[in-house]
Design a protein around this ligand. Structure first.
Ligand code: CP3
Length: 379
């Protein structure tokens, strides 16, 4: 047997263990809308600058160094999950990592965010993107293996911690590749997306080419993460709320559905998350995602009802409520729980990521409150 074959046998048996452990994980059960003993909780961006332990690691390493060194990425992931006592650990990585093997260089600029050096503006640039180097991202899978090994035994309460892998959705990742960084109005993204079909020029093909290449790379990247032990994959479509429902349906729904179907075929549930998505939620549910991540602007009960309770939901406390006085924070957490009404298929989370300077004690207080809230007696 070749060395690589022996390696894949080992990861396959690790994965079988994870599949077997599923029934003992309240996070996974909630993803599948099965009854749970209490609402599972984790936080978007739970490892980050608000946490002293992360800043200490970050003072010695760049963000990309942390992401690309499995020992450090695993340590950061594990430390955050254990410090907070949450029910799931999201692998420490970044949305933009797949850009490098696709042939787009980028950096993180202090106080500005990501900067792509040569953003995609033409069909020829899209054609030149590579889809054959996804193995360069295996450092993320190696980090997941370490996290999975660390959390292999159930915790003291008998629950198996969930391990979340993630990738960007085609629209949101494309927006970074085209704008070259964060954006307010997504003008370049939408120009490329609309194309120039009136002139039937070659440029009108840039968007479909870009979508196809992204789906190829992201599906393979997600497969690496599942093989390594991720129990669930979260697909971040953070900026999809910039689209109207018509544009979402015309330009983003099909490639996203394709990506999500490919990930679900690996045998894991998919959480599909975006911000400012109230009007998009019914279309987003057509992707076949098992769980939709809700932002905080729509009351959870309204959003879930609009989805006919046909999917699980994750959310949706305003991350800035973590800066509110204790009594207000408690009331807002209680409101989210009341809106979920104990229905199977709710995962407590924020409506978007924890921001820098968030008080860790407030995050801990939310975990404490969730753990001490009895499920409402809907069932
Ligand atoms: O535990 C965790 O949840 C953190 C892991 C994580 C990071 N990025 C590390 C990171 C995750 C899940 C991401 C995803 C990500 N990256 C998204 C989608 C998530 C969302 O919030 O909707 C996006 C849009 C990115 C791209 C990105 N990375 C931006 C725009 C920035 C700069 C903005 C900022 O907050 O500074 C980053 C940097 C980044 N990625 C940080 C972390 C912890 C902060 C920078 C640092 O440590 O230097």
């Amino acid at each position: 047997m070749l060395r690589s074959e022996i390696g894949s046998q080992i990861t396959l048996s690790t994965r079988r263990h994870n599949l077997a452990a599923r029934n003992g994980s309240r996070f996974l059960r909630a993803c599948l809308r099965q009854p749970v003993d209490r609402t599972p909780v984790w936080f978007l961006r739970q490892a980050g600058r608000y946490m002293h332990e992360y800043r200490a690691v970050r003072s010695h390493h760049s963000l990309l160094e942390i992401c690309r060194t499995p020992e450090i990425a695993a340590e950061v992931t594990i430390t955050a999950a254990e410090r907070l006592g949450v029910d799931a650990a999201i692998i420490f990585a970044d949305l933009l990592l797949p850009l490098t093997p696709m042939g787009l260089d980028f950096e993180f600029v202090a106080d500005e965010g990501p900067r792509v050096h040569a953003p995609i503006r033409t069909a020829n640039q899209a054609r030149a993107l590579r889809t054959d180097r996804t193995d360069d991202l295996l450092y993320v899978a190696r980090a997941i293996e370490k996290v999975a090994a660390h959390f292999i035994s159930p915790r003291t309460d008998g629950d198996q911690l969930g391990i979340i892998g993630f990738c960007g959705a085609p629209f949101t990742l494309a927006s970074y590749m085209i704008e070259g960084g964060s954006s307010r109005n997504y003008i370049e993204t939408k120009k490329l997306m609309y194309g120039d079909s009136a002139a039937l020029s070659a440029e009108s093909q840039a968007w479909p080419i870009l979508m196809e290449k992204l789906v190829t790379v992201l599906a393979e990247y997600a497969a690496q993460q599942v093989e390594a032990g991720a129990d669930v994959i979260q697909v971040f479509d953070s900026w999809v709320g910039a689209l109207s429902v018509s544009d979402y349906r015309q330009y983003a729904l099909a490639p996203t559905t394709d990506l999500i179907a490919r990930i679900r075929n690996l045998g894991v549930p998919v959480i599909y998350f975006g911000v400012d998505t109230a009007s998009l939620l019914p279309a987003m549910s057509e992707t076949g995602a098992d769980v939709l991540g809700l932002d905080w602007r729509t009351p959870l009960d309204h959003a879930w009802r609009a989805l006919n309770h046909s999917v699980a939901v994750q959310g949706n406390l305003d991350p800035i409520a973590l800066f509110a006085p204790e009594a207000i924070l408690q009331a807002r957490v209680a409101e989210v729980l009341a809106a979920a009404a104990g229905r199977p298929g709710h995962i407590f989370n924020l409506g978007h990521g924890i921001v820098p300077n968030t008080p860790v004690d407030a995050v801990l207080a939310v975990v404490h409150q969730i753990k001490n809230s009895a499920l409402a007696s809907l069932r």
